[in-house]
Design a protein. Structure first.
Length: 133
């Protein structure tokens, strides 16, 4: 398994027009503090930001500096000083995304799930590193 296989899986998910709705349905229901954080959010814009963020994560993990800059910007915006996103909530984000991928990717396997989780955790760890800065 590799980042390329995760990216291929993500591409299969993105052709499903319900994928991002499915993710936000799963994510908002995953913990009682999450849905209120999105109460005043324009969800069509949020879905676009999510798509960009995942792309930035893949670019960063592939060694692309533009992706690293994008992930760092997300880390700064989600830090304690700005949006104050509790680092303990990110595992709900990872679980919700993996659950959505599992529902959308006909080629999903346990090995692919492991790779997805490893990939997402690596990107999230960088985002969380900005929390107290």
């Amino acid at each position: 398994m590799s980042l390329a296989e995760v990216k291929d899986s993500y591409s299969r998910c993105c052709v499903n027009p319900k994928f991002f709705d499915m993710f936000y349905g799963n994510f908002l229901a995953s913990h009682p503090t999450i849905a209120p954080m999105f109460a005043k959010t324009e969800m069509s814009k949020q879905k676009s930001l999510l798509r960009q963020g995942i792309s930035m994560m893949f670019m960063h993990l592939g060694g692309n500096g533009v992706g690293t800059t994008g992930i760092d910007r997300i880390g700064e915006s989600h830090s304690k000083k700005k949006m104050n996103i509790d680092p303990n909530l990110y595992h709900f984000w990872i679980n919700s995304l993996v659950k959505s991928v599992k529902e959308c990717d006909a080629e999903f396997t346990p090995a692919l799930e492991t790779e997805w989780r490893k990939t997402l955790r690596s990107g999230v760890d960088r985002i969380v590193s900005f929390y107290n800065t």
